[in-house]
Design a protein around this ligand. Structure first.
Ligand code: SF4
Length: 347
């Protein structure tokens, strides 16, 4: 693979095909950092509105360092992996106190900060500061596994190192930021993660070994997925006079977020009616939520109470604007917000 030839083709393609993204328009280090954290495990299209809203509410690192946890988690509501948001705030505090509010530019400093690993430090250093370091994310691992026809999993440590070294050796003398982003963009737009890669329009197809072997659909090789642990959860929407009960989670999973009361057990309508004999109980519906290592099978009940309990009741608009509710409960939140008109469609 001739370095100059490869770089020229990749950058030419990027100049023509790159997507317009809010953090690309103005690649200041704060925007690059926030966007990179949001993009972990989340697609670009889904991140854009979150990013714009986040920057509107917290335009500077100082604002992020001082934000209340509830407000921060609300801004993150729906993105999942809430520790990413908590680490952003922790890191903002360190940047304010230790680095005078200025994000450091070296990967050695960046990697010491909470939530910033080898990839993110490389992405911030190269994209925001044009430092000569690689930024190899899942897209880039996939592109190079195909280019080089690597027949081992890209989760393998040696394979990762091989690809990181390859990218490092291909870094151009100029436009490092564009080069790293171009590789990621190629993975996102052409050398696709799901479905067949679009080799016919790929700027580097003439040097791609998998394409030459017509083996691009089998690379990178997939490992069988481990079966996730499953839990049954029954969710209670306890409503009194247009107010709904929520509670704060205190365990490690979804800690600090709010939820509807629930128990880790599947209850029948009859069992819930027995729990709330004076109230009107309606079965809402069932859904699932998949965490990294766990699957929840949720069943929900709407309980219209005759009298108010001693727990925390909130109005609909408060639920929407003040309390971060994790995606695992969004099916029931949406039901409550939209009223129960569509229950009949489900049952
Ligand atoms: Fe990926 Fe196809 Fe391009 Fe090879 S030719 S890098 S498989 S899109």
């Amino acid at each position: 693979m001739n370095k100059e030839n490869f770089t020229r083709r990749i950058l030419k393609w990027y100049d023509k095909e790159q997507r317009i993204l809010p953090w690309r328009d103005n690649p200041n280090p704060y925007y690059v950092w926030v966007s990179e954290i949001m993009l972990q495990q989340t697609r670009v299209e889904a991140v854009i509105p979150y990013f714009n809203h986040f920057i509107e509410k917290l335009p500077t690192i100082k604002d992020l360092a001082n934000v209340e946890d509830n407000v921060l988690l609300k801004l993150w509501e729906g993105l999942g992996y809430y520790n990413r948001a908590r680490n952003l705030k922790k890191t903002a505090n360190i940047i304010v106190t230790k680095y005078n509010g200025i994000i450091p530019s070296s990967t050695d400093d960046l990697i010491t900060l909470p939530g910033i690993g080898p990839y993110t430090s490389g992405a911030i250093a190269s994209i925001a500061f044009n430092k000569s370091v690689p930024a190899v994310d899942g897209n880039v691992y996939r592109v190079f596994a195909r280019l080089l026809h690597i027949t081992k999993t890209i989760k393998d440590k040696e394979v990762k190192l091989q690809i990181q070294t390859k990218v490092k050796n291909l870094l151009p003398n100029q436009r490092i930021s564009d080069f790293n982003q171009a590789l990621m963009e190629l993975g996102a737009k052409v050398c696709l993660p799901n479905g067949a890669p679009l080799c016919g329009i790929c700027p580097v197809n003439s040097i791609c070994i998998s394409y030459q072997y017509n083996d691009q659909n089998n690379i990178p090789i997939k490992q069988p997925k481990k079966k996730k642990k499953e839990k049954d959860v029954t969710v209670f929407l306890l409503e009194y006079n247009n107010e709904i009960v929520i509670e704060k989670r205190e365990d490690t999973l979804l800690n600090g977020l709010f939820q509807f009361p629930n128990i880790e057990k599947k209850l029948t309508l009859k069992e819930v009616q027995n729990l709330y004999p004076k109230d009107t109980v309606t079965k809402i519906g069932s859904t699932t939520h998949i965490f990294t290592h766990l699957k929840w099978n949720l069943t929900g009940f709407h309980i219209k109470q005759q009298s108010k309990g001693k727990t925390m009741y909130v109005k609909k608009d408060e639920l929407l604007s003040n309390y971060p509710i994790p995606t695992a409960f969004s099916y029931y939140k949406n039901y409550y917000i939209k009223e129960n008109s569509w229950i009949k469609k489900e049952y």
